[in-house]
Design a binder for this molecule. Sequence first.
Ligand SMILES: Cc1ncc(COP(=O)(O)O)c(C=O)c1O
Length: 408
Amino acid sequence: MTSEPVWPVSMPKSRDFWMLDPKVRYLNHGAFGATPRAVLEHQSELRARMEREPAQFFAHYVGPELARARHALGVFVNADADDFIFVTNATTGVNLVLENLELEAGDEIVTTNHDYLSCRMAMQALARRRDLRLVVVEIPLPLRDGDSVIEAVLAATSSQTRLVLIDHVTSPTGVVMPVEKLVAKLEARGIDVLVDGAHATGMLELDVSAIGAAYYVGNLHKWLCSPKGTAFVHVRRDRQKGFRPLVVARGAGGTEGFRRDHDWPGTYDCTGFLCIPRAIEVMAGLLPGGWPELRARNRAMARAARDHLCSTFGLAPPVPESMLGALVTLPLPAHLAWRGTQPTAPIDPLARTLFDTHAIEVPVFAWPSSPHRWFRVSAQLYNDRADYEALARALGDTPEIGGLHVPT
Ligand SMILES: Cc1ncc(COP(=O)(O)O)c(C=O)c1O
């Protein structure tokens, strides 16, 4: 059932604040988030400092500043700063965890059909190399509730299961998964969980300690709006011994414990990580209620967008209200469904048309496989009601398949 959309008040689309192209309606924060101008200016200052005296910068400035960034992140997601490793993106984080698993031939690793393609590929590669069984749990849409996810995942585990990968917020389908409950159930069976939280930091009120997973990977360049190339891996204390980096290099001076081997992967531009405290502060300053209000407002906007699109095209929302965040995936309206062969172009022709003709940036994709096609919208502070209404009009105006160069 959809209800009348309740639109939250729009924020001014301040060009002083965001660097987004004002001619484009950007509804794809989910794929690549926008970073506030103030945060990028801070990064430029840090880069200038790095280039003025590189040796002093790396030898003396970076260590304490990285510690400050880790501390700020720890407070933000409720975890101990010493239990984080910084990595450049969630893909690297997931690979890092997978490479560290102690597994034997015949062991099982489990994922779901809502996972992210690169992570699935990393699981597949690991399974091939180590002679493991990869189990993909099918969780259909429409989704009933969180318990149905838990039941399906538990039913797919066995005494051979060593790891379950679950997304906190799923990439293709925008579902907020019941990770805390699922981790507790799997832990009780002695199964480690890797939570792929690429979308969670900044979208949800994230409490890494309460979730209690053996491994939690998060992006900061999506919903925290820090510069591109900022992500983290949280490793629970009892899984830190022997946890090795993907790149073997000398340890960073002064760092203790399990992080020592991870903190210096060789020379790199670490300024994005140093901007984490600034990103947290700048985004919080946008609304009187800080981060809680920001998260609530983005969810409310995503929900209103969903209700508007569903009522315009007579669609049934595939995900229950309680499992919605700031990402909404919906099936394409009937007049845009494929009747021919799904094209193999890397960018769906409909997404191309929406961008080229209407200047709307929105992902369109097949899931779980062709011919089922979906589109996904996201809601960040720079979005307003007019963006989603324009999308609804553009979808309505787009002619049937024939207009989209579909091979038959
Ligand atoms: C669930 C999930 N995992 C991993 C990733 C990969 O993120 P990155 O490209 O930052 O590695 C994404 C990106 O959208 C994602 O949605």
